[in-house]
Design a protein around this ligand. Structure first.
Ligand SMILES: [Zn+2]
Length: 196
């Protein structure tokens, strides 16, 4: 679990009154995105996608992401560790990524996930100046390490569910493979899905 006490970042829904969780997918848009969207549509689950703007070619199915009720946030231009940059560099980096996404999608970017979950006070300051809400996570699926053990992705999440928790996933093959069962398992625990 990401144990953040920093009140400037979101790890839990702002309104945790209902029993629901928030699925987030990082590091796209990638080649498994269409199939991930198929599963989400089939299961009627909304999700948040944090994209690296360098991967957002106009031909990626961003229209479908938006029209099917999902959100697109920024994950910087190319997965930069922002902690290593000055304030000005961080501001410019995040701004560039927002502008690139907005240019393609024509839709305002409101959410931002710092790569590696790494940030400092300058990151928060830059996000505020850009009217972005920084979103970290509460439950990490560790899906990027579980190519050979996708079952564990499921366990990592289902055993750590809590009201309003933001769940970290990635646009990966193993994540796609367990996604239908993951959604079922979360529902079986009595949780719904919502957006930020
Ligand atoms: Zn990432």
């Amino acid at each position: 679990m990401y144990d953040s006490t920093n009140l400037n970042v979101v790890t839990i829904s702002q309104d945790p009154t209902e029993k629901s969780v928030i699925l987030t997918f990082d590091d796209g848009p990638g080649r498994f995105l269409p199939q991930i969207l198929d599963v989400l549509k089939q299961e009627q689950v909304p999700a948040v996608f944090f994209w690296q703007s360098r991967l957002l070619y106009p031909k990626r199915p961003w229209k479908r992401v938006l029209s099917e009720g999902h959100l697109i946030g920024t994950h910087t231009t190319k997965h930069i560790n922002l902690e290593k940059l000055t304030y000005d560099e961080q501001y410019q980096e995040v701004k560039n990524s927002v502008m690139a996404i907005e240019k393609v999608t024509g839709t305002r970017v409101k959410y931002f996930r710092p790569p590696f979950g790494r940030f400092n006070n300058d990151t928060i300051k830059a996000a505020k100046k850009l009217s972005l809400t920084p979103v970290i996570w509460r439950v990490a699926s560790m899906d990027w390490e579980l190519k050979d053990n996708p079952e564990q992705i499921l366990n990592n999440i289902v055993e750590n569910l809590e009201d309003g928790a933001v769940i970290l996933l990635h646009e990966l093959k193993q994540t796609l493979d367990v996604l239908p069962r993951l959604i079922d398992a979360i529902r079986e625990k009595g949780y719904n899905f919502k957006l930020l």
